[in-house]
Design a protein around this ligand. Structure first.
Ligand SMILES: [Zn+2]
Length: 236
């Protein structure tokens, strides 16, 4: 694997799970007693904005009490030391990759720590609640919503992600279920382009058979091992 230069890494809930961040998938579609269609769709927000804003206020407060784990730290180390292209495409809406020190991170599903103004389209860093309808820092309108991509909405920066996959020598999927599209399709795009593919996940995912190699175990064990292999030229 000495010829690997450009790497695209897709991360999902399995990377943050060991930091104590759960998702709707952990509880059979019930997410802290809420139905996904009520709290993670534009229709749910239109029906009951107070409930949705309150739910995300709770999530936003909760992630700020969590800490990056060994998987986040290993990926930050790879980001720091890897001389080739590297892009960490995360489906996670927490900021644990960044707090571990990673810089080359793309949040395809948005982030809890932004507020998005639906009046002026500006995204502002945000750590507090939104339920009291605070004014947008940019335009003053009281029209902020969570900057999180809901079901039925288009993930962010898809063109940039596909461009990175086209240039990649290695695609690595870490801690994702292989069930949520379009991210679940990246491995097939990579395969068709002749990119080497590796999965690191707690269990074989729905898309495991698409990968050249699949390793099973906790992210905090698999990721540091793979990062060291890669930095010493043994990985792949
Ligand atoms: Zn605004």
């Amino acid at each position: 694997m000495a010829d690997i230069r450009n790497i695209v890494i897709l991360t999902g809930a399995g990377v943050s799970a060991e930091s104590g961040i759960d998702t709707f998938r952990d509880a059979g579609g019930l997410w802290e007693k809420h139905r996904v269609e009520d709290v993670a769709t534009p229709e749910g927000f239109a029906r009951n904005p107070d409930m949705v804003l309150g739910f995300y206020d709770m999530r936003r407060a909760a992630i700020q009490t969590k800490q990056p784990n060994a998987a986040h730290e290993a990926l930050a180390r790879l980001d720091e030391l890897w001389g080739g292209e590297l892009l960490i495409v995360t489906q996670n809406v927490d900021d644990l990759h960044e707090r571990a020190g990673a810089r080359r991170v793309l949040h395809m599903h948005g982030t809890h720590l932004n507020a998005w103004c639906t009046a002026c389209d500006v995204r502002s860093p945000w750590t507090g609640p939104l339920i009291d309808r605070p004014p947008c820092p940019a335009c003053g309108t009281n029209a902020l919503r969570p900057d999180v991509v809901w079901f039925g909405e288009m993930p962010y920066e898809m063109e940039r992600i596909y461009a990175s996959i086209r240039r990649a020598d290695l695609f690595v999927s870490i801690g994702t279920s292989g069930a949520v599209y379009p991210a679940a399709g990246f491995v097939r795009d990579a395969r068709e382009l002749g990119v080497r593919t590796l999965e690191l996940n707690l269990e074989r995912s729905q898309g495991s058979h698409w990968f050249h190699e699949s390793r099973q175990g906790p992210a905090t064990q698999l990721v540091p091992t793979w990062v060291e292999e890669t930095l010493t030229g043994l990985g792949g």
